[in-house]
Write a protein that binds this ligand. Structure first.
Ligand SMILES: [Zn+2]
Ligand SMILES: [Zn+2]
Length: 366
């Protein structure tokens, strides 16, 4: 499982689960669930700026919205049903229609500039009101519900109301992952009791409770951090400091020498009630070629066997921090439009789409 802190949060499940200011559940290409942390997208949509006299346009008013239904729209009887909105130009001219504005926001975030060109038609599709341009679906529009809402058949967005990570929400997603995601469960069978764990049958980890480096017999539960080192100084585990860092409280003593992303990841690990965290710079002896080589050989297994991986997707270096954690702030940007009494809709983007725009996506093996 990986956790992505990214977009308008939503419930339900695909093969993945994610979190954020705007957190969302998503499916990684591997089919595994994931949690990444991402700075908000640069375009800030202010839903409070909705225009007076908003009204669904002629095209959008053909959709029968019903806030009491699940999903709260009708008229899409099958997966193949489509609701044509015209071209991007048509949609962008209907500025008083809240649904068209959401669609424009989605299209404005598309990497593929050709979707903006006439004469491609824009369609709304049944599930979560998927948006389809030229046969390519890349974002969804979903109903916004109260965070306590748990029983939806379709996917929903949760409003983000605070600037800090909501650990209860993350724990809820993790519970969903464990309960519902077949793909995430598969790894249990792959735990290498019979395969061995390469040269690291014992995994070196940060014990966030005792604040020290420990060696733990595999298999064990742990969180892994995936991040971009970038060009900033990173505190490194060495043969010299390993004895000192193995003593209880040692991590506290070097706290301010650790890059912010690692400090924040330790806080997330505690917030998720997990005990162990794997971070390359502190769990592989950086001046011991054998230890490094043995660790790198099983790097994919280290991430695969982690209970979850925190992906610091927003940062281009190790001091960027995780938005919403520690002293790292996160702006709240959530794309929500009020459609009618009792019904707000939000946009969220596919995880791959979001990650494609990050420095994280251009990294090497971390
Ligand atoms: Zn419209
Ligand atoms: Zn999962």
């Amino acid at each position: 499982m990986q956790l992505f802190e990214l977009f308008p949060s939503r419930d339900g499940h695909g093969a993945g689960q994610d979190l954020s200011v705007k957190a969302q559940e998503g499916v990684s290409s591997s089919g595994k669930a994931s949690l990444a942390v991402e700075r908000s997208s640069p375009q800030v949509y202010d839903s409070t700026a909705s225009m007076e006299h908003d009204q669904l346009c002629t095209m959008c008013s053909l959709i029968k919205f019903d806030p009491q239904a699940d999903p709260p729209w009708a008229g899409f009887e099958s997966y193949k049903d489509r609701h044509a909105l015209g071209t991007f130009g048509d949609v962008s001219r209907r500025k008083r229609c809240p649904l068209c504005r959401l669609v424009c926001h989605v299209l404005g975030n598309s990497r593929d500039a050709s979707v903006h060109q006439e004469p491609y038609e824009v369609y709304l599709e049944r599930h979560e009101i998927g948006l389809n341009v030229r046969g390519c679906s890349f974002a969804v529009i979903s109903p916004v519900v109260d965070p306590s809402f748990r029983q939806a058949k379709y996917r929903w967005s949760f409003p983000i109301s605070q600037k800090r990570v909501d650990y209860n929400r993350l724990l809820y997603w993790i519970d969903c992952c464990i309960a519902k995601h077949e793909d995430c469960r598969v790894k249990e069978f792959r735990r290498p009791a019979h395969l061995g764990f390469g040269e690291i049958a014992k995994l070196r980890l940060i014990d966030v409770v005792e604040r020290r480096i420990v060696e733990v017999q595999m298999p064990t539960n742990y969180v892994a951090l995936s991040y971009v080192w970038g060009g900033v100084p990173n505190f490194r585990l060495t043969t010299n400091n390993l004895p000192a860092l193995s003593k209880p409280g040692a991590i506290t003593k070097i706290w301010h020498r650790l890059p912010r992303t690692i400090r924040d990841a330790i806080e997330v690990t505690e917030g998720l009630k997990e005990r162990y965290l794997w971070v390359d710079s502190l769990c592989l002896i950086q001046n011991d070629r054998t230890d490094m080589k043995n660790g790198i050989v099983v790097m994919d297994l280290i991430y695969e066997l982690a209970n979850l991986t925190i992906i610091a997707a927003s940062g281009s270096h190790a001091d960027a921090g995780l938005p919403g954690v520690g002293c790292t702030s996160r702006p709240i940007t959530q794309y929500i439009e009020h459609i009618q009494p009792g019904l707000d809709l939000a946009v969220y983007f596919d995880i791959e789409h979001l990650l494609s725009q990050t420095a994280y996506n251009r990294r090497g093996w971390t």
